[in-house]
Write a protein that binds this ligand. Sequence first.
Ligand code: BDP
Length: 717
Amino acid sequence: MHKPIYLTALLWLCISLNCFAKDGYKLWLDYQPIQVPQLKSDVGSLLSGIYFFGENPTYEAIRNELNLASQSMLEKAPVYSKDRLQNTKLWIGTREQLSQVLSLTKQAEIKALGEDGFWRGKVELDGNSFYAIIGNRPVGTLYGTYNWLNSIQSNTFDKSTELADAPKINIRMLNHWDNLDRTVERGYAGFSIWDWHRLPGYIDPRYVDYARANASLGINAVSLTNVNANALIMTTDFMKKAKALADVFRPYGIKVFLTARFSAPMQLEGLKTADPLDPEVIAFWKKKADELYTHIPDFGGFLVKANSEGQPGPHEYGRNHAEGANMLADALAPHGGVLIWRAFVYSHEDEVDRHMQANNEFEPLDGKFKDNVIIQIKNGAIDFQPREPFHPLYGAINETNVGMEFQITQEYLGQATNLVYLAPMWEEVLKTKTYKPSPVSTVGSILEGKETGQKMTLIAGVSNIGTDHNWTGHLFAQSNWFAFGKMAWNPEVTSHEIAEEWTKLTFGLDREVVSKVGEILMESHEAAVDYMTPLGLHHIMGRSHHYGPGPWVMGGRADWTAPYYHQADSLGIGFDRTGEGSGALEQYAPEIVKKWSDPNQIPEKYLLWFHHLPWDFQLKDGNTLWEGIAYHYDRGVKEVREMQATWASLESKIDPEEFDHVKQLLEIQEEEAEWWRNACLLYFQTFSKLPFPDDIEQPEGDLEYYKSLQFPNAPGI
Ligand code: BDP
């Protein structure tokens, strides 16, 4: 056969057999061909006559997305018109641009959606009707377009109904813990996607795809650098590199933030101090902020980790967190910048239970922070454990802007090998009642600003993105990036709804796939808690890299060892944080203190977080504590096996490359779950001295062997 003809034939064969394997690069934006005839015809008709009201870089981004989507969903290019009445079907613009076709009521309704809100639906002019996507700003229109494309992919688009939506949180932000040498702290998906060395000259096309993915979820801010910050980012060279990224992200409505190292004035300009009240230090930061805004006029601001885990901060100079934060906030204020100050502070020189240290620092400072400061608080008081009760600072400070910090990267949740959908855990935290400042307050309502009327609201997530072709290492880890964006937009959405949406966008509309993948996702977090840290156990993972079990980890600073947290001894196990113990429980509202102080009333998922209990303490199901611990660990392993079986049953319906990728990782997850179970149960048995229940798979292996395992090259450190 003639070579080009042969190649064409092969290509067609491949297309018809669908043998171009998917590899996850396109995330939830892979725009599968539309199969439903009515939908195909409706969408085809709209995409055959598009009119944009005006020109700007965001509309250009919308056009690019429509080109991609149309080509992929309908195998043809969309058609644009230069005249709004010339064969047009789909109108795209802002409320002001379309005001003449909108009633005053409709205009008011759209305006009320705020600067990022959008509306889509039918509009009429001179007896003709059009489908319109309208934002208050172009970026709202972009969000509306993604929302529309998403409804097409999930087959929920109905051209006769209208839809309006707006985010409930102002700053929806990814925090990259990316270093300037491209390593990523707690990153499990390769290296940093920021190619600092080749920036600003080389713009990797991946930056655009990154911006598209974020904008499709409504993420509108990104902090580029590690919170354990490098002062070099504040040099002109790096500012220019950051500017190049900001330029790529701007049309997608994404603002750039940088992490500021508190000691930068000393490191970069040889000042003798970084004291926030020193005039030269104040001048240094003002100069840096002014320069940043010349490069990046819409620069978001700084994110700061200070006086925590050895990072420099105001304490070195006898100043408090408010004095440190306000000095930086003042430098940003003239430009409209925001200063995000982290509440993740604790010190090993402080004997007080680590759980209590952030409240001890921040409660007395409530009301002392400037208006453009937000205190970013992790979901729990320790550190992104597989499950944590909510951080007691929520509800305790009410005259200061507060924001959430979730961790999307799975530092303590199986890293790159375990399938763990994190949204149920985030949902649990967001929906928990704090009883402060009002009896109906929840963590979510505080974050939305409903309780205190705070003007600036924030939900941040520590990114799980890297250079791996599928972005997140594990294909299912994409669901966590996706779910984070959705929850930051609307903290009231359920993890179940998001799971279904992600599954449809990732694997298509087949009912069996949607329901079974949904089951896997929804079970996965509880499974991980079971085989890692059931019943409120926490911080018992491998030293430093946090990979695998390490309940025996001792040595060095106490608050980084495992026994500090599990306190197992011959009498029992758990951290007594009641009034008789460290007292940390008393930082919560009285309603919580009352219930949780009683080991028979506290939700069992938090039992050992707050109580040290005897091995024969009776659980609600009648088992002793020792038996309960054993059953949970055993159940965790069995749950992973169920996830494996469910996945295996979908083999014929999933792309082979994606199927195999997940299958292999689930096999590793099963081994790791067994490892966690065996190692933890054998270790805790050395204290309980009790046999395992007969009806569990007997933990096998040798404790000394598990203790001897070393992972010097584990990723993420
Ligand atoms: C912990 C990580 C550490 C981070 C720290 C933080 O182990 O690498 O620097 O949090 O949030 O989870 O600052």
